[in-house]
Design a protein around this ligand. Structure first.
Ligand SMILES: [Zn+2]
Length: 268
């Protein structure tokens, strides 16, 4: 079974480090800064075998060149190879490859950027307690989602929906600690959601002692993340109060509801 450890970087980034128990080889996801990764490797006597990149933003890639010494694999989206440093393994939607003996599947999720991919490890454990792993970058956050910098609302909503269809036990490793502010907005949208109220209490306690609120699980996201809940009656009722009548009349599908919700969050 793989272990995943958070390395904090900048104000609120997580660089996830993946290793197998009692092994020296490890991988990291989205190293925006090399120094905290190098410190962690030294302190724990680990050897960096590879790097997974979700997208081209500087806070996800700026540490790559320093870390990618000879022999370190660097995995990223083939279509974005111009914007990603030192790629040794260009991948695309549906590509599978091996990481520390486990199969990783690549999913293309445009929206935050047009070249955003995520990494899904389904068979993390052969037992019934299997919890697949998802490294969701800046696409799916705890109780939120990334802004659309390059893609459309339709693309982002379809991308989130493809993640929502993964097994509910999937552990979600997002790239930022944005959970409390996301939960604050989520409670504006669904003030009566008991699961959401409980999550706010739990995450507030975790952050009071600087502990990560991640990973979450897809089951928790499905119950509390408004961006995965745009067809829920309370979400729609709240959206209606925020939307001009003419815009509301045009609302015919979940992608349009998602778009209204995202623009409400952007203004909040
Ligand atoms: Zn980003």
């Amino acid at each position: 079974m793989l272990e995943v450890h958070p390395i904090t970087a900048f104000n609120d980034n997580y660089i996830w480090l993946i290793k197998a128990p009692n092994q020296q080889n490890c991988w990291v996801v989205d190293p925006g800064d090399a120094a905290p990764v190098q410190d962690y490797l030294t302190a724990n006597n680990l050897n960096l075998e590879g790097i997974l990149l979700t997208h081209h933003h500087y806070d996800h890639i700026d540490g790559v060149t320093k870390l990618a010494k000879q022999g370190v694999q660097v995995v990223g989206f083939a279509k974005d190879s111009q914007r990603l440093p030192a790629l040794t393994k260009p991948v695309e939607e549906g590509t599978t490859f091996e990481l520390l003996g486990y199969a990783v599947k690549v999913m293309e999720v445009p929206g935050h950027t047009l070249g955003h991919i995520v990494y899904f490890i389904e068979g993390n454990d052969r037992k019934e307690t299997n919890q697949p792993l998802l490294f969701s970058g800046d696409t799916l956050f705890a109780a939120g989602c990334g802004r659309m910098f390059e893609g459309t609302a339709e693309q982002m909503q379809a991308s989130l929906q493809s993640l929502a269809n993964l097994p509910p036990a999937t552990q979600v490793f997002a790239a930022h600690e944005y959970t409390l502010s996301n939960l604050k907005f989520a409670l504006e949208v669904e003030p009566n959601n008991a699961a959401l109220q409980n999550r706010m209490t739990q995450c507030t306690q975790l952050r009071a002692t600087q502990q990560p609120t991640l990973p979450s699980t897809l089951a928790v996201e499905l119950a509390t993340n408004p961006f995965l809940r745009v067809t829920q009656p309370e979400v729609l009722a709240s959206l209606k109060t925020q939307t001009k009548e003419a815009d509301w009349a045009n609302l015919t599908n979940p992608a349009e509801a998602f778009k209204l919700l995202r623009s409400w969050k952007d203004k909040a």
